[in-house]
Design a protein. Structure first.
Length: 699
């Protein structure tokens, strides 16, 4: 396809320098190839012409054939419009234009038969169509295929420069007519034959100019398959390259630390899921290959204990380990839990965060370098170049979604031979997305909560039920439970949000004079924040009014009620994370979503999902369906390897699985794609990788 990629769009008949510039700026179309890969976003069936008599306002876009019987300009200024009466012998409709009056007026005449296309609506008791597309019947017959018509996204700027969807369609037709050669194939013929795929040349033509739905489906399938297949092939080949090139530290022994901990200090019986994932990791770390594992487990599933036990394996083999958390609060909490648990074993553990004092920091640096310090827990501060380990064998990253790929890589480089890497995430990721974004990581799943947990009960209240809410909270507090009240504070600098938060705090103080209430937000000094957190964790305060700083990881098992104020302002996965702060003890826990009366349809759906289920995976799937994978938390930084042009990770999961399987089969036979018959694959991968780099340089 190199030729099509090198042909400048400017030279396509009908384009020219000015339009070429616009196409490039507004739609990233610079070459013939870019235009071919500018896929329609929808198709409209234009095979049918309706009689006006049949038309009603509930119909979607329809097509009529007839003549103009009158044309007049009505109104002045902003309401000035062009109104035409259009008739086909079975009835009449009114056609209305508010924009481009001169142009429309010039193209209408009473003598010719026209095709009119648009969405009917009711106005003044009759049917009218606002801003229909019109075309003389003889021209329509010649130009537009009266079948499925492709529609293309165009910006306002493009539209006002005569680059609307229809023009794009015509340019594509011109391109196919002028390009005599076949578009070179990008998949090996073995795959095409085996899976009976349409060849690329046909698929690309049909995606723009389909004559029927069946044909279109086959074309789309071929293009989606190709897209998803190459993503999988890329990820899996990278994984192979890594396993072939990097030797992993061999953790062959299970020694005193783990055994003693397991036999004498384990705080509770491990769940079967915890046992299984630890086994999986032990296997990885003993294999001579570098472990790269993603540990998924819903909030509260006990990932911290797993992390600790895996770190003990590293220590047993005379390596150091570190655990990196996204916030200071969380790092501190991990430090406290873990140092208490390993104290009887005489293990050296340190906490390093942005607020660690210089002398302490120097001491830690020193003891890491000479190997005395065995476990380091901390925040981003761990990544700094001044942090040097004597022998780092394992890196655990908690709550992955706050760390970018680059940050992960910097931790790797802390040892000549990269350490084993365990990434833990509590934001469940839909399977298809995980396969795509983390497809190079092995995945372990904790699919079981510790015993005795009761599912959290979730309700959705409007603000008018506040008295009822307060009565409920008072009851729970009297039973000895603790309560979180969370306010949205997406941007810590938002004044308005702060006002809500502090007003909420005052309101709670007034409503619960008998209780002690602490407030926590991101603008507080770390020491103040810690003090407040401690008050709550120790049970001295019954209510914590907070922002989302408590979203990740905070663990107070006695807290059993989570009230989320203005819940409409949170995304699904954030709501799920917040809810996960309760339900950690044996008590029945509750989550109350407080919102306004007036809710958008989508928001209402979000609340319904939260009330209906506590299953993080189900929520993640729903989230992806509603928002699209690009917006999911945790994916922005890691990003998809290539831009998806036609497939959709939630709708096309079967094609994705198929793509993965085909990629696996190929790599099994040729792990690094070195065989000559796979040349077409490596060539295409190189091209896609290049396209990605260029793309990121432009945007
Ligand atoms: P997360 O997976 O969200 O990080 P944590 O590691 O914070 O979960 O664990 C949540 C709570 O469950 C903690 O209080 C922890 O002590 C407890 N826990 C962990 N494993 C078990 C277990 N096997 N049995 C009982 N409680 C457990
Ligand atoms: Mg955790």
């Amino acid at each position: 396809m190199s030729e099509l990629a090198t042909l400048n769009i400017m030279y396509l008949s009908g384009v020219g320098p000015k339009k070429a510039e616009l196409l490039k700026q507004e739609a990233k179309i610079a070459s013939y190839e870019d235009l071919i890969y500018y896929f329609p976003y929808k198709y409209v069936d234009r095979s049918r012409i309706y009689a006006i008599r049949e038309v009603d306002a509930s119909m979607q876009h329809i097509q009529l054939k007839g003549r103009f019987t009158s044309l007049k300009t009505i109104g002045e200024g902003r309401t000035k419009r062009l109104s035409a009466t259009f008739s086909d012998g079975t009835g009449t409709v009114e056609l209305v234009w508010f924009k481009g009056l001169k142009y429309v007026q010039g193209s209408i005449n009473g003598d010719s038969t026209f095709i009119v296309f648009g969405k009917p609506s009711v106005f003044n008791g009759g049917i009218s169509i606002v801003h229909p597309e019109i075309e003389r019947f003889d021209e329509a017959k010649a130009n537009v295929k009266m079948g499925l018509q492709a529609h293309y996204n165009t910006s306002e700027k493009m539209k006002s420069n005569f680059l609307n969807s229809r023009v794009i369609g015509k340019l594509i037709q011109t391109l196919f007519a002028s390009w005599k050669g076949k578009i070179p194939e990008t998949l090996p013929s073995s795959i095409i034959d085996k899976y009976r795929l349409m060849i690329l040349n046909d698929a690309l033509r049909i995606i723009h100019l389909p004559s029927n739905n069946q044909e279109l489906e086959k074309a789309r399938f071929r293009l989606k398959f190709e897209e998803l297949f190459y993503i999988q092939l890329n990820i899996l080949r990278l994984r192979n390259q890594r396993t072939y090139n990097i030797k992993g530290h061999v953790f062959g022994t299970v020694g005193g630390y783990l055994n003693t901990f397991y036999a004498e200090h384990l705080p509770f019986e491990l769940t079967n899921a915890q046992k299984r994932v630890i086994r999986e990791m032990r296997h990885d770390m003993g294999s001579g290959k570098q472990m790269n594992r993603l540990l998924q487990g819903d909030v509260g599933s006990g990932k911290t204990l797993v992390a600790l036990m895996v770190m003990l394996i590293a220590l047993d083999n005379h390596y150091q380990a570190c655990l990196m958390a996204p916030t200071e609060i969380l790092a501190t909490q991990h430090y406290e839990t873990i140092s208490k648990q390993v104290e009887p074993l005489g293990i050296h553990v340190a906490l390093l965060t942005g607020s660690t004092k210089k002398t302490e920091r120097d001491r830690i640096h020193q003891s890491l370098r000479n190997g005395e310090m065995q476990i380091l827990i901390g925040t981003h501060a761990l990544i700094e170049d001044t942090v040097i380990f004597e022998k780092l064998g394992l890196v655990v990253i908690d709550e992955q979604h706050r760390f970018g790929v680059e940050q992960r890589a910097r931790l790797w480089r802390k040892n000549p031979n990269p350490p084993h890497v365990l990434v833990m995430t509590a934001t469940p990721i839909p399977r298809t997305l995980a396969m795509t974004v983390y497809g190079d990581l092995e995945v372990s799943v904790i699919d079981e909560l510790p015993p005795g947990r009761k599912p959290i009960q979730t309700v959705h209240y409007f603000h008018n039920r506040r008295n009822q809410l307060n009565r409920f909270l008072r009851d729970e507090i009297q039973k000895g439970r603790q309560v979180y009240v969370v306010y949205p504070l997406i941007d810590e600098s938002e004044k308005m949000d702060f006002k809500n938060l502090s007003e909420g705090y005052e309101y709670m103080q007034k409503s619960f004079p008998e209780s002690r209430i602490v407030m926590v937000h991101g603008r507080m000094k770390p020491s103040e924040k810690d003090a407040a957190m401690h008050e709550f964790a120790a049970g001295n305060a019954q209510i914590m009014v907070a922002t989302t700083v408590i979203e990740v990881g905070v663990n107070v098992p006695n807290a059993s009620v989570m009230v989320i104020e203005s819940a409409e302002r949170f995304g699904l996965s954030q709501l799920h994370q917040l809810r996960g702060r309760v339900g950690r003890g044996a008590e029945q826990s509750f989550c109350i979503l407080m919102t306004d009366f007036k809710l958008a349809e989508e928001t209402r759906k979000r609340m319904e999902i939260m009330v209906r289920t506590t299953d993080g995976f189900e929520i993640a799937e729903a989230d992806m369906k509603m928002r699209g994978p690009g917006d999911l938390e945790g994916t922005q930084q890691s990003g998809l390897p290539f831009e998806l042009k036609i497939s959709n990770l939630s709708r096309d999961s079967q094609i994705l699985q198929m793509g993965r399987k085909v990629a696996e089969d190929i790599l099994e036979d040729d792990p690094l794609l070195e065989k000559p018959e796979n040349y077409i694959l490596t060539k295409q991968l190189t091209k896609l990788a290049r396209a990605k780099i260029n793309w990121s340089m432009i945007s």
